[in-house]
Design a binder for this molecule. Sequence first.
Ligand code: ADP
Ligand code: MG
Length: 242
Amino acid sequence: MANTVISLRGATKQFGGLVAVDNVSFDVREHEVLGLIGPNGSGKSTTLNLISGALPATDGEISLRGGTITGLPARQIARKGVSRTFQLVRLLPSMNVLENVMAGGVFGHRRRWGQSAERHAMQVLEKIGMADKAKAHVGQLTYIDTKRVELARALSGEPEVLLLDEWLAGLNPTELTEGIDLIHRLRDEGRTIILVEHVMDAIRSLCDNCVVMSSGKKIAEGTTDDVLSDPEVIRAYLGDDD
Ligand code: ADP
Ligand code: MG
């Protein structure tokens, strides 16, 4: 398909007897915000882990702009242009905010070093409203600020594709509005994003299309409006008692 950036074909991940991602295929097109949704434990984070190379797939093929990235280590995939945030924020605790963000530039798609990395990291921090905290220790940050820093780190590598794993989870209502605005800005810049999310307002306002997972399988895909009114999808969510 024209302008396909990420493509999964039969992606599968088994943990012992558990098939966490079961023969999943979908495409992500350039500038698309694709919602990857489904109940807890349905395999969303594992799918992101396969795309980012955090975990090797048991089977199937994953490609970036038509070239296979299946089995490549995470660092190489980041270099090729895929950056992510984690469901549980992972910052480097011994480094300050700026250094954490610079690390994303050093290991990212557009590699920068030294002063160039620092200048660019500051620009990214300004953009997400964190420039005044550049020298803060990450242990001193509020929860949303740790999330902002992790997003800044992902952006500092100038990725072609951004994978966000429940980036909005755990925010209070004011922070949530700000967070949705921030992702809207990224969307308006034309970034290609896979958004793993539970917040329905965010899914409705941000996602062009959605893929729905349940028990490791893709159970639906299509435009966000169609998917969210699909009875099978609604049933899958009602079965989620979290
Ligand atoms: P989601 O992100 O949709 O909540 P996950 O991808 O985190 O779901 O998990 C899918 C399933 O795989 C769950 O049953 C989870 O317990 C299991 N799982 C995830 N990661 C691992 C792992 N590293 N080892 C064993 N089981 C795992
Ligand atoms: Mg998850």
